[in-house]
Design a binder for this molecule. Sequence first.
Ligand code: ATP
Length: 492
Amino acid sequence: MGKITKLEDIVSLCKRRGFIFQSSEIYGGLASCYDYGPLGVELKNNVKKAWWKAVVQMRDDIVGLDCSILMHPLVWKASGHTDKFADLIAECKKCNVRTRVDHLKERVEEAAEEHTKHVSIESAMARAEDLSNKVCPNCGTVGKFTEPMPFKLMFETQMGANVDDSMTLYIRPETAQGIFANFRNVLDTTRVKIPFGIAQIGKSFRNEVTTKAFIFRTREFEQAELEFFCEQGTDEKWYEHWRRARFKWYTDLGLKKENLRFREHEANELAHYAKACVDIEYRFPFGSGDWQELEGIANRTDYDLRQHQRGMRTVNKWYENNRDLTNIELADEAGDFEKGPLSYFNDEQKKRYIPYVIEPSAGIDRSALAFLVDAYDEEMVRGEQRNLLRFHTAIAPIKVGVFPLVKRDGMPEIARNIYDDLKRYFNCFYDEKGAVGRRYRRQDEAGTPFCVTVDGQTIKDNTVTVRDRDSMDQVRVSTDKLVSHLREKLDL
Ligand code: ATP
C-alpha cells in the first residue's frame, strides 16, 4: 500500500481530473463553495444512491421524502434553531478575525484533538470563560479577544414581492425538520406502522464561522438524514441498531475499518433533549487530531414532534403578531397534548403516544471526501508511479473503460459497438486516444474498476481483455458473455 494520503494530493487530483472545482473560479472563486465536475457528480450521485439503497430500498420499514428547502418560519422556532442555532465566537482585537470559541486552542495544547461539534450556547459559554491563554489562529496573538458572542448560523432570505405579504425566511440548516413537519402526511398516506423511518437527502446551508479542509466544512452542503420513529422503551434498542448499521455501511463500501471509529458524546455535550449521541468519525488527513465527524447518530426522544405540536398551536398567535417571530413564545403542552395531531395511534394496543426518534444524520460531501481519501493510492509499477483510486464498485464514477488497442483494423468499430451495448447497464467511458498504457493509467486515476480492450485476437475469436484496476490482471472474456461477466464483478 502507498504512503499516507495528504489532502493536497486529493485536492490536486480532484482539480486535475474534474472531480471538484472551486465555485465561481473564473471570478476568483467563492470561499467555501465547491462545484462537482463530471467525475465528481457521478461520485456524489453514487454515494447518495448507496445511502438510499441501504436506508430506503432494502428496507420494508422506511419511506423517502424530498422536502422544500424554504419552510414556514415557525418550523425553525419550534425546532429551536431561531433561538439557539449559533456558534459562540470571539474576535481577535489585533487582527479582527473572528473564530469559534470552541476552536481556539491554548498555547500549549496545539497538538490536542479538536472536536468541532456545534455545542449548545450554554455549554460553550461555560467552557469559554477563560480566553486569556488562547491563541488567535490567524495572527498568533495570545489572549486578546473580545467577550464571546453568539453568531447565528442560519442564512436569511426574503420571500414575496409585496411589502405587506413579504416575510423573512430561513434557508434550511438541516433536512430533518422537513421530515418532522410531514410526519402526519406520511402516516395518513402510507401504511407505515411504528417502528418506521422517513429518509431524505438534500441540500442544507449554514453560515459557518470557519470553513475548512476542502469539502469537509462548507456553507452549502448535502445531508442524508433518517428519522426513525419508535415507541419509548424500544428507543435504546433502535439506537444500537442504527449505530451498527451505519458503521457497517461505510465499511461495506470499502472504507478501511482502522480509519473509522465511534466517538460517544459526553453528557455535557449532549443537547438537552438528546438521550444519547455518537459520532462516526473518519481519520481525515488534516486538522490537529485527524479524527473528524462523518455522521452523527442521536436518540432525540420525542422532543421534535412535541415541539412541532407546540409550533402548530402557535400559528394563530404568529398571525396576530403580523407574522413576526419576535417576542413570540411557543404554545405550551396543555390539555390533551399527548393525543395531538403528531401523536401515533397503535391499533392493536389501542394506545396513543408521541413517538421517540433515532436520527442518523450523515454528510454526503464529507462521505465523498472520505471515499476519495480512503481510495487514493500511489504505487511504483515498472519504475513508474501509478496513481489510483481503489473505489468500491458502487462508488466508482465510471464502471468500465472501453478501448480499441489501436485505431485501425476495425478495432474502433468493434469497441464502439461494445461500448454502446455496455452503457445501457453501466456508466462507461470510450477512449481511443494515445497508448493503451496511458489510457489504463487515466482510468486508474478516475477509479474505474475495469477496462475492456479490443485487440487483434478479438477479430479472430470474439474475445476481449478485461483488466482489473487493483491487480492489473487481465482475463479474456467472450464478447457475448461480457455483460454478465461485468455485472457479476461489479455486483450491479
Ligand atoms: P460539525 O460538528 O462538523 O459542525 P454538526 O455536528 O453540527 O457538524 P450535524 O448537525 O450533526 O453536524 O449534521 C450532520 C452531518 O452533516 C455531519 O455529520 C456532517 O457530515 C454534515 N455537515 C454538517 N455541517 C456541515 C458543513 N458545514 N459542511 C459539510 N457537511 C456538514
